[in-house]
Design a protein around this ligand. Structure first.
Ligand code: TRP
Ligand code: ZN
Length: 873
């Protein structure tokens, strides 16, 4: 980057558009080499003093411009688009341009995926299709006519309803689509291809019949049924829980193999990464099934939260994403295990979002400043955004929250809204003041709560002192106290719950923290209680409270909240991991009290715990979760301590683990929550057992599970155990898996992930060798994420190898991907920009790597934004 450096846009610079477009007729003459786009738009001036219509457009070849069907000469082409000069107040603008889908490796706009053509327009991809007002606050009614070769592209799809079709000469045909709902262009979609189609229908609560269609690559029909089940469940759930009904006569999902993200909520025509559609027991794990349920739900729920009410500008992204993630989380929780879902979501927040807060890319859920919008589809906007909605839900309760949703739709249906609008609707409908709470939208960083307590036996009083502090983030030095809902419970040592009361009044279990320091007093407490804090993870914060081991062990066994049982176990482990990381660093021997092991043993022996919860408690925190405990991360020590703990657990609890493993074997595979839970527990046991010192016994056990598995969950769990524990059988099993599955991209991705996250010292050399594997391609984002993404993100000990070869490898990859696919490249760089979290040697190596990247010719805006921020201080 030299002469024209990318510049930032600011949220506060928002201005209404000078013009709007109310209707657009699009005409596509499709072919992969050259597609001709004709766009006829009705343009209306909004700002009387405007004379020039400024349209966005990138990588387009302009063929013609007409105004009111007369050729127009008064225009200029700019770097970012097209300026049409001296235009009338209202007119029909016709633009004809060409695009080249086959050359579109960035997968943004119209591109080729396998044998199909498809689009991805969010956030700013429509400007790669035609010149347009590419901003979410311009809502137009779209009609789309598609013409293409009938043999190559028998299915021609777009948003809304199919209103006409016909045959043409030379094997060509056309289809005309019309979407009655005005929408921003980021929700436009087009697909052309040959597919197998799974058809079904859904009767809405007001008795309308909706046609449901899932389009998959030929031969994949047997993997599309689960997605259809999930879609129907989503439609029913949104009616029952949110009172929201589907609004078109048809809903289509298309699965494509080349996709930058998970899926996209285009109106009536969702386009999915095939990873989140295709599943059958032989190829998909239980986790895959659950992820499909979540993503199908997520995109479907966007129809109301995103499409019917959209965003005023991209700074408001969390308006639709935070809310829709909250909705999909609740959907999964209502259909499956609420506690397990909560634990999974909190794990992501703690391992990935907390890391983002501590990185140069820290930002509030509603960012103030953006260079490349694609960089802000983040865990902060999505997952922390969902936590903010969840806190509103906690403060209001379900009933008032639903009243808030209703008011939100009454006010903004068919409009582009802001986060402020949403909070205002919640406040107005509930009568609950959210003015302090709103700070969560503008303040970044992870708040830390420090809690002290004391007990006065004479007064029978228990006193809590709660301090909050949010450390500065790179882009925001000053932090204010937030409104934090803190859900607590007090226990007697016999397990009895102590009612919360003060001066004769009962107190709600959710405490409202507003200030830097707050004191809460509880009366009638007859002995020093044990406190359960942050129940259900009631706020996205870090907690500091000096728990004694016996108190955590008590909570593991007695607290009523399943999340807190898990969390107590995590805190216990975190404490001894930290102690032993330090022991390792000082060459001291590692230690852990017998009582801690016994606490986990009693989890294994429990007959009342939900197996799914047992599995969560028995799964050690990942190296990334552990890393977030430390200001300066020592990836080697963390790796060593974690493996030491696994072996210790395996040896100390061998018999119990083995018994629970045997007990939870199922005769046959069924995808339901009870069986999923049993498999999770069985495989959690296997994962630990694999580290036992008696290697030949567990080698046989793992090998046997792999050989006998009739489903991918058990097959992959065995393979994973073999690789992570480096069992003798691992090479034979890896070869067998490759041989069996190399033709199946989604399955071989699992194998790439295992290769990339192997602890074996030469894993990087192996990853490099696999770049030429018959199933690998740098053109497919799923392959890249599985092999390279898994290595840089989930093999921290080897990515951060002290000789810098991990960093050098990432630099080489990014040099290649920078132009090919900027979005995917930009996601891969994340672990490299967190240089401040590492020791001097690593930090310096990372800085040098970033400096080399900054010199790349034609550095993308995506990478530029992250690299410059990382090098800023
Ligand atoms: N709106 C999509 C979702 O939440 C996100 C998305 C899909 C996306 N594809 C994208 C965002 C490409 C940016 C670029 O599910
Ligand atoms: Zn979304």
């Amino acid at each position: 980057m030299n002469s024209n450096q990318p510049i930032a846009k600011y949220r506060l610079d928002y201005a209404k558009p000078d013009f709007t477009i109310t209707d657009i007729d699009l005409d596509f003459d499709l072919s992969p080499e050259i597609t001709t786009v004709t766009a006829r738009s009705r343009v209306i001036k909004q700002n009387v003093s405007a004379t020039n219509l400024v349209l966005d457009g990138e990588a387009l070849k302009l063929l013609a411009i007409n105004i009111n069907d007369i050729p127009w000469q008064d225009y200029t082409l700019t770097v970012t688009g097209l300026e049409v000069h001296s235009v009338p107040d209202e007119f029909i603008l016709t633009i004809v341009n060409e695009i080249k889908p086959i050359d579109n490796s960035a997968l943004e706009g119209l591109y080729v995926s396998g044998d199909a053509l498809c689009t991805q327009c969010e956030a700013e991809g429509f400007r790669h299709i035609t010149y347009y007002l590419d901003r979410p606050d311009v809502l137009a009614r779209f009609s789309t006519r598609i013409t293409a070769n009938k043999k190559q592209y028998p299915y021609l799809l777009s948003n809304g309803n199919r209103i006409a079709q016909g045959q043409l000469e030379n094997d060509r045909h056309w289809v005309q689509w019309q979407d009655p709902f005005p929408k921003p262009c980021y929700l436009f979609a087009l697909v052309a291809g040959d597919f197998d189609v799974l058809q079904d229908n859904f009767i809405t609560r007001s008795n309308r019949q909706v046609t449901l269609e899932i389009y998959v690559d030929k031969g994949n029909l047997d993997r599309s049924e689960w997605a259809m089940t999930c879609l129907k469940n989503s439609m029913r759930w949104d009616e029952n829980r949110f009172n929201l009904e589907y609004d078109l006569d048809i809903f289509m999902i298309v699965a494509v193999d080349f996709f930058n993200m998970g899926a996209m909520e285009n109106k009536g025509l969702n386009i999915f990464n095939s990873k989140y559609v295709l599943a059958k027991p032989e190829t998909a794990t239980d986790d895959d099934y659950l992820a499909i349920e979540a993503v199908i739900g997520h995109e479907y729920f966007h129809n109301w939260t995103g499409n019917r009410v959209t965003c005023q500008d991209w700074f408001q992204l969390s308006l639709k994403e935070g809310l829709t993630v909250f909705r999909d989380q609740e959907f999964s929780a209502d259909l499956g295990s609420r506690a397990v879902k909560r634990i999974d979501d909190v794990k992501i927040l703690r391992s990935v979002q907390f890391a983002e807060d501590a990185s140069p890319m820290a930002h509030p859920i509603r960012p103030d400043q953006v260079i490349e919008m694609n960089n802000f589809y983040t865990v902060t906007v999505y997952e922390k955004g969902a936590e903010v909605i969840r806190m509103i839900h906690t403060l209001l309760g379900e009933e008032k929250f639903q009243a808030g949703m209703k008011l939100y739709f009454q006010r903004y249906d068919g409009c582009a809204a802001t986060c402020d609008d949403f909070v205002k609707a919640m406040q107005d409908a509930s009568g609950i003041n959210l003015s302090h709470f709103k700070l969560w939208y503008s303040q970044s960083g992870t708040p830390e709560l420090t809690i002290n307590d004391d007990y006065d036996a004479d007064k029978q009083q228990y006193r809590l002192t709660i301090k909050q502090f949010t450390p500065a983030t790179q882009e925001q030095a000053e932090k204010q106290p937030l409104h934090i809902p803190l859900d607590i419970e007090l226990y007697h040592r016999n397990g009895e719950i102590i009612p919360l009361q003060f001066q004769g009044d009962f107190i709600d279990h959710v405490l409202n923290i507003h200030n830097g320091e707050e004191i809460f007093i509880f009366d009638n407490v007859r002995e020093k209680p044990i406190i359960a804090l942050l129940r259900n993870f009631s706020a996205p914060v870090k907690l500091h409270y000096d728990y004694q081991d016996d108190e955590l062990i008590f909570l593991m066994q007695h607290t009523t909240n399943a999340f807190n049982r898990y969390d107590a176990a995590q805190m216990l482990l975190a404490k001894y991991i930290a102690i032993n990381v330090s022991n390792h660093q000082h060459s001291n021997s590692m230690i852990i009290p017998e009582s801690v092991i016994d606490a986990f043993r009693s989890v294994l022996l429990s007959s009342s715990l939900d197996p799914a919860l047992m599995a969560q408690i028995l799964t050690l925190p990942s190296e990334n979760e552990i890393a977030n405990q430390f200001k300066v991360v020592d990836p080697d020590a963390i790796h060593v301590v974690r493996e030491w703990l696994l072996t210790l657990f395996a040896d100390e609890m061998f018999d119990e683990l083995f018994a629970v493993y045997q007990h939870n074997k199922a005769a046959s595979y069924r995808i339901d929550h009870i069986d999923i839970a049993k498999r999770a527990l069985k495989n959690a046991c296997l994962t630990i057992l694999a580290f036992a010192s008696e290697q030949d016994i567990v080698d046989k056990l793992v090998n046997k599970q792999y050989q006998q598995a009739d489903n991918m969950t058990d097959c992959l769990a065995a393979l994973n155990a073999a690789v992570k524990a480096q069992l003798p059988c691992k090479d034979i099993l890896l070869n067998d898996f490759d041989h069996r599955w190399h033709q199946d991209g989604l399955v071989i991705d699992k194998w790439f992930i295992l290769q990339a996250t192997s602890p074996q010292k030469d894993a990087l050399a192996n990853v490099k060798a696999l770049l030429t594997h018959r199933s690998f391609s740098l053109n497919n984002p799923n392959r890249i994420r599985s092999l390279i993404g898994a290595f840089v993100n989930n093999n921290p000990a080897l990515f951060h190898a002290i000789d810098g070869i991990g960093y050098n490898f990432l630099v080489e990859i990014l040099v290649e991907l920078n132009q090919k696919n900027p979005q995917v490249a930009s996601r891969l760089i994340d672990p490299l920009i967190r240089l401040k979290r590492y020791d001097k040697t690593r930090c310096e190596l990372m800085r040098q790597a970033l400096k080399r990247l900054l010199k790349i010719d034609n550095l993308s805006r995506d990478l530029y934004e992250k690299i410059t921020k990382a090098l800023e201080v």
